[in-house]
Design a protein around this ligand. Structure first.
Ligand SMILES: Cc1ncc(COP(=O)(O)O)c(C=O)c1O
Ligand SMILES: Nc1c(O)cccc1C(=O)C[C@H](N)C(=O)O
Length: 406
């Protein structure tokens, strides 16, 4: 299967094992892998380092910051980086140019998107005062949605994702959904939920943290209103890399950000007392962008050049199918149970196994160089990142898991 893998060559573009330490500034590259260990199955939490990033960062720090200093805001393209990097992410989430901006954290972008979506829904129909969130949401979305609800006079109602469509009613202003559940890896119905919300006069906000770069996402085609996502998982932007915010083209002029910082002003350097929002993606900005992280992300995104998301999806599903087959073959019966749906249409790009003593089992796996993660209370998570995970990796991981639980 590895021999037939059309994405196999991509693996060499990442730093994946005990290679020599980084930062030989002139070389800008790290020696290729010599051993296939450790097996890294945690790219759904922190993506691996693309080889060319250290060199690019070195250049940004020494030349753009060190020598050009303030000139770099214009000469090195720093000022426009949030929109430029947004345009690089756009094709990965099915968005046209000018609709995605990069900056802040996912949490902050959830806040901007949810409050802005409620404002639009309430302008269209003033009585709408309910915010729905998928009940198994990643915690930050739930916390932020609760605060956004308080600020906008809404009530927050958690609903299991498969029941969301039915739950959308005449009072629903906004539905906030995680596209892929971070715990189970379940893929939620983006086209159907979005269409139902719109039929019933509500707006949708999708959190794409676990789908951007993991599978095709068609934001424009499905007329999604707002979407947010992080860039440190499947987009490999690095720890704390800035998040992204998508605003649907038709809502561009109606997007009233609850965090209208000076970077989102139509004329930031007019330093005007009154706020006039920028047109386009820049309207989603707040303050000064995190340039080092942003430019590391921009470089990391070059690994997507020439990659078809359909191939990524096909490999992701083949990897999860194969991993589950290997688990069935190597792990004693009854010791683990897959929480990840069997149906391809309901699966993201990870496999989660429920397992007694999962915390200790994961510690033992990591000690044996199989790196996944543990989520409370009993979940073993294995992220499958098609650009660098091999079939041999997942077979090895299943074999070691079988030995550990036995
Ligand atoms: C679905 C989801 N939303 C949000 C976050 C985190 O948001 P932030 O980038 O603000 O830490 C994560 C992971 O950390 C996540 O899995
Ligand atoms: N963002 C993280 C961090 O700063 C530290 C440790 C883990 C994370 C994560 O991304 C967790 C991840 N969202 C999850 O799906 O559990």
């Amino acid at each position: 299967m590895d021999a037939d893998d059309v994405l196999a060559a991509k693996r060499a573009e990442f730093v994946l094992d005990g290679a020599p330490p980084l930062a030989p500034p002139e070389a800008h590259a790290v020696a290729p892998p010599r051993t296939p260990r450790p097996v890294y199955l945690d790219g759904n939490s922190l993506g691996a380092l693309p080889r060319t990033v250290p060199g690019r960062l070195h250049e940004v720090v020494t030349r753009e910051w060190g020598r050009l200093r303030i000139r770099s805001w214009s000469e090195s393209g720093w000022w426009t980086a949030p929109e430029r990097v947004g345009d690089r992410i756009a094709p990965l989430v099915g968005a046209g140019p000018g609709r995605v901006v990069v900056g802040d954290s996912t949490s902050v972008n959830v806040f901007k998107a949810v409050v802005a979506a409620v404002r639009i829904a309430q302008q269209d129909a003033p009585g709408r005062d309910e915010l729905l969130v998928d009940a198994a949401t990643f915690p930050t979305d739930g916390y932020i949605a609760a605060s956004a609800a308080r600020l906008t006079g809404c009530t927050l109602r958690p609903v299991p994702a498969p029941e969301l469509r039915e739950a959308i009613g005449p009072r629903t202003a906004v539905v906030l959904v995680n596209h892929v559940d971070y715990r189970t890896g379940r893929l939620h119905d983006l086209p159907g939920t979005t269409a139902t919300a719109h039929q019933r006069g509500a707006r949708v906000v999708w959190d794409l943290c676990h789908s951007a770069g993991a599978l095709p996402v068609e934001l424009d085609a499905h007329e999604v209103d707002f979407a947010v996502g992080c860039t440190y998982k499947y987009l490999n932007g690095g720890p704390g890399a800035p998040a992204f915010l998508y605003v649907r083209e038709e809502l561009r002029s109606r997007f009233d950000s609850p965090l209208p910082g000076w970077n989102s002003h139509a004329e930031p350097f007019a330093m005007a007392a009154d706020y006039v929002p920028a047109d386009g993606a820049a309207r989603g900005r707040v303050g000064t962008p995190d340039i080092l992280s942003l430019l590391a992300l921009e470089e990391a995104l070059t690994v997507w050049d020439g990659v078809e998301l359909a191939e990524v999806r096909a490999k992701s599903l083949a990897l999860s199918d194969f991993f589950l087959r290997c688990v069935a073959a190597y792990v004693p019966a009854g010791r683990v149970e897959s929480l990840t749906p069997g149906a391809h249409g309901e699966r993201g790009s990870q496999v989660t196994l429920r397992c007694a003593g999962a915390g200790e089992v994961m510690e033992a796996l990591i000690a044996r160089e199989v790196v996944g993660d543990f989520r409370q209370p009993d979940a073993l998570r294995f992220g499958l990142t098609p650009l660098y995970t091999s079939f041999a990796d997942v077979a090895h991981a299943a074999r070691v898991l079988g030995e550990v639980v036995a």
